[in-house]
Design a protein around this ligand. Structure first.
Ligand code: ADP
Length: 400
């Protein structure tokens, strides 16, 4: 069966068509600047999806975007299927499932209503995700669809980990609590770690999803017991453009100083902070590292802060779980940045973490163990694949 995976953002739509017989990517692409001037579609197909077809055209909304995606998939020259009927099901990435979704679900009226109910928790993403779902329903009304939530994996956290120390009514009446994100990645990677390392029900694993957005999860027996992102993806470690943890009083201070609203201040903490703000160079780890190597002191401190914030979570989660069997690195930085992994693990020998410098250097981008043979805690790189995880859920649920 071929499954289409759709990740609709407010002004973008990413897709992958996956052949589930061998879990290979047949085509993938991106529609950018939906509803904005200069919108375009980039469609990749062929061997290793190296062939590229681009189209710059007016794309006013997600339905038009979805139509273009289907046109590209069906195109005589650049297409990969001859009929929409070849798409057996569609899997949609949805940001916020609140506490309503502990797993993926078939899209029906109740599911759509629940995604809508979660809009106050994900005001930017959930409406876009719904637009993606509705656009697909409009262009392929007979194809079954599945929603896969970024928050679902973290729903196994105990109350002591997910509650905030704020007046209880905000939890009871407004569902204000920690939810966590990147759940599809944390689930995929922790399940792979369980399998690969032959771990049992009491295994204690920390998954470090380190990309532009970053989060860590503490997993016991493959189930999440704590995670670093919170009500929104702003909480946790230092990220590309997000500050991660700050004293909430900083929000009041900046808002007063600049004469801006709380919302504007939070936009600053989400989009203009993190590596970008501290380094003054870039939000991209490659640029920050290059600048640090060239002697830029702010880039160097940004890199130090980044590693230090992750290291502190590893210590905290080892304490929370009462031990540690494995640390897993994944996502853009986690998979590819040897220097960053080295900085995070440095000084953690007391926890039983001993990185093999040579393996760390040479194994980037691959599934590999990068700790020494005598390291009590195993350290691994496990590349994440959120699209495949979404496609697998979609296959499983639509088969039933
Ligand atoms: P997103 O959260 O946007 O999905 P990714 O998981 O793709 O992010 O990660 C993007 C980050 O990964 C960027 O900071 C980028 O610099 C970093 N990255 C990608 N490749 C490398 C590399 N070879 N070395 C170091 N960092 C890398």
């Amino acid at each position: 069966m071929k499954i289409l995976v759709v990740n609709a953002g407010s002004s973008s739509l990413k897709y992958q068509l996956i052949d589930m017989d061998n879990e290979s990517v047949i085509a993938k692409g991106l529609v950018e600047r939906i509803g904005i001037d200069g919108s375009s579609l980039t469609h990749k197909y062929g061997k290793d999806t190296k062939q590229i077809f681009e189209k710059v055209t007016e794309i006013p909304n997600h339905t038009v975007a979805m139509n273009l995606v289907l046109e590209a998939l069906l195109d005589k020259e650049h297409g990969v299927i001859s009929s929409v009927k070849e798409i057996g099901a569609v899997g949609h990435r949805v940001l916020h499932g609140g506490d309503k979704f502990t797993a993926s679900c078939i899209v029906d009226a109740a599911c759509e209503k629940a995604i809508e109910d979660c809009i106050p928790l994900g005001p930017l993403h959930n409406p876009a995700n719904l637009s993606g779902i509705r656009a697909c329903q409009a262009v392929m009304p007979d194809t079954p669809m599945v929603a896969v939530f970024d928050t679902a994996f973290h729903q196994t956290m105990p109350e002591k980990a997910f509650l905030y120390g704020v007046p209880y009514k905000y939890y009871e009446e407004d569902a204000v609590r920690r939810y966590g994100f990147h759940g599809t990645s944390h689930r995929f990677v922790s399940a792979r770690a369980q399998e690969l390392l032959g771990l049992g029900e009491d295994s204690k694993v920390i998954v470090c999803h380190l990309g532009n957005g970053s989060s860590l999860s503490a997993c016991v027996g493959g189930k999440c017991v704590d995670t670093s992102m919170g009500l929104t993806p702003l909480e946790g470690v230092l990220m590309g453009t997000r500050s991660g943890n700050v004293d909430p009083a900083v929000v009041e201070f900046i808002a007063n100083k600049e004469g801006i609203s709380v919302t504007e201040t939070l936009t600053m903490l989400n989009k203009k902070s993190g590596l970008l703000a501290v380094s003054g160079v870039s939000s991209d780890m490659r640029d920050v590292t290059a600048a640090a190597k060239a002697g830029n002191p702010r880039a160097k401190v940004a890199l130090d802060m980044w590693a230090y914030s992750i290291k502190k979570y590893i210590g905290a989660y080892a304490a929370a779980m009462g031990g540690l069997d494995a640390v897993i690195f994944t996502a853009g930085i986690g998979e590819n940045h040897a220097i960053g992994r080295g900085m995070v693990c440095e000084g953690l020998e007391f926890l039983g973490i001993k990185l093999d410098p040579e393996k760390n250097q040479t194994c980037s981008g691959q599934e590999a163990r990068i700790s020494t043979d005598d390291s009590r805690v195993q350290v691994w790189i496990i590349p994440t694949n959120e699209e495949l995880a979404i496609a697998r859920d979609t296959l499983e649920l639509t088969r039933k």
